[in-house]
Design a protein around this ligand. Structure first.
Ligand code: HEC
Ligand code: HEC
Length: 363
């Protein structure tokens, strides 16, 4: 008995210290929830993505649909000119973006907006920087598709029934077979093309980042610096980031003007205001999700910032142009150490790049 008691003492002592430090790590985050920064703590549950990938009633996810959508996503024959595929601007090796500040289009013409990642789009309730598309089906074959931008101008590569792209796909035997398996009894048209591509996009899920593993209980998944960076991210008195980059997707699916330099220029992109003419929406863009963000530089809707460290500096300054600035944007009092830790945390939201095996296209 005595021997056991003697052994128990230090254990009790350690437990008491752990409890004290757990209390020390508890605070109310920018979303108003009490959180405790301990690996696997129940208060971190809201950050874990749901087990099921959301998909609409009429387009459930099946392996055949994912496989078909993947081929279409990488197939330039679908575009009117036969030169551009979705992957030209959403390339796996560039974080499913294209790495350009403004996306490149057919013949190298520059687009006004940065090509966003398509990872985890299944969990977003609105799409595009201005939220103009409600469903991925609609986005994939919308009139501006294969140009992707509102500012696309005349040279449209859109997927329209009766256009060259869909006609080309229809004549390919391998596609007839793949459509037959994925959407039996349905024709090969704009509708099924959109459904297949949307299903493929829904399959691009990131939910196993170092942060996710830490939140599920793996204490070794994040470094102490990254854990402190998470604290800065969540704490309204520090970074206040989760006020907009909210759980579990790191977006509130809302629109905010974060005071980019571009907003101060003549003829600046008005963003959401074009969709909803509310004063608050002037120069406001959709909060982007942040998983895998380390791979998808450059940043912001205009791709104006090249490095994540400079994104952090932008927030520390409280933005550059203050007209119509979101009330949630305030200069931040962060030490050099806290900035470094916040950067380390943003990196903990990404997984190492694994070369993507591009599908074999049907003939
Ligand atoms: C020429 C470059 C280009 C091509 C080709 C292209 N996109 Fe895009 N994509 C963009 C740009 C730029 C945006 C952002 C436009 C905006 O918000 O105004 C975008 C936005 C998106 C979004 C919204 C992402 C989000 O987070 O809201 C999805 C989904 C998407 N594209 C899928 C596709 C699919 C599917 C195809 C092929 C059918 C495609 N894209 C072809 C450049 C491109
Ligand atoms: C007021 C809401 C708000 C707050 C607070 C906020 N963000 Fe953002 N964040 C946004 C919006 C909106 C964008 C896109 C703005 C644009 O492109 O015009 C964005 C963009 C980003 C991007 C670029 C992502 C990409 O794919 O281009 C990163 C990284 C980012 N924020 C990190 C942070 C960090 C870190 C903090 C805390 C220091 C933070 N944000 C605080 C709303 C916010």
């Amino acid at each position: 008995m005595r021997r056991i008691a003697l052994r128990t003492l230090p254990v009790l002592f350690i437990a008491a210290v752990a409890l004290a430090s757990a209390q020390d790590q508890s605070f109310v985050d920018a979303e108003g929830r009490s959180v405790t920064l301990q690996p696997g703590h129940p208060s971190l549950k809201p950050w874990l993505l749901p087990a099921d990938i959301p998909a609409p009633e009429g387009n459930r996810i099946t392996p055949e649909r994912v496989a078909l959508g993947e081929m279409l996503f990488f197939d330039a024959r679908l575009s009117v000119h036969g030169q551009t595929s979705c992957a030209s601007c959403h390339a796996p090796e560039r974080g499913w973006g294209d790495g350009f500040p403004g996306s490149m289009r057919f013949m190298g013409e520059r687009m006004a907006r940065n090509s966003p990642t398509v990872v985890n789009v299944a969990f977003n309730s609105l799409h595009m920087w201005d939220g103009r598309n409600r469903t991925l089906e609609q986005q994939a074959v919308g009139s501006q598709s294969m140009t992707g931008s509102l500012n696309a101008g005349a040279r449209e590569l859109g997927i329209v029934d009766g256009n060259l792209g869909i006609e080309r796909i229809r004549r390919i035997a391998g596609y007839a077979e793949a459509f037959g398996k994925a959407y039996p009894g349905e024709p090969i048209d704009k509708n099924t093309v959109g459904k297949a591509i949307a299903t493929f996009e829904r399959s691009l899920v990131s939910r196993d980042t170092p942060f996710d593993r830490w939140a599920r209980g793996d204490a070794t998944a994040m470094t102490p610096a990254q854990v402190n960076g998470l604290r800065v991210f969540l704490d309204p008195a520090k970074g206040n980031c989760s006020g907009c980059h909210a759980a579990p997707t790191f977006t509130d699916n809302g629109f905010h003007n974060v005071g980019l330099r571009q907003w101060g220029e003549a003829n600046a992109d008005v963003g959401r205001f074009k969709e909803r003419a509310l004063p608050l929406m002037k120069g406001a863009f959709r909060t982007p999700p942040l998983r895998e963000v380390a791979h998808s530089a450059p940043y912001f809707h205009d791709g104006s910032v090249a490095r994540l460290a400079d994104v952090i500096e932008h927030y520390v300054r409280g933005g550059d142009v203050r007209t119509n600035l979101s009330p949630n944007m305030k200069p931040l009092a962060l030490s050099e150490g806290e900035k470094a830790d916040l950067l380390a945390f943003l990196q903990a939201l990404s997984t190492p790049y694994v070369p993507y095996e591009v599908p074999r296209l049907p003939r």
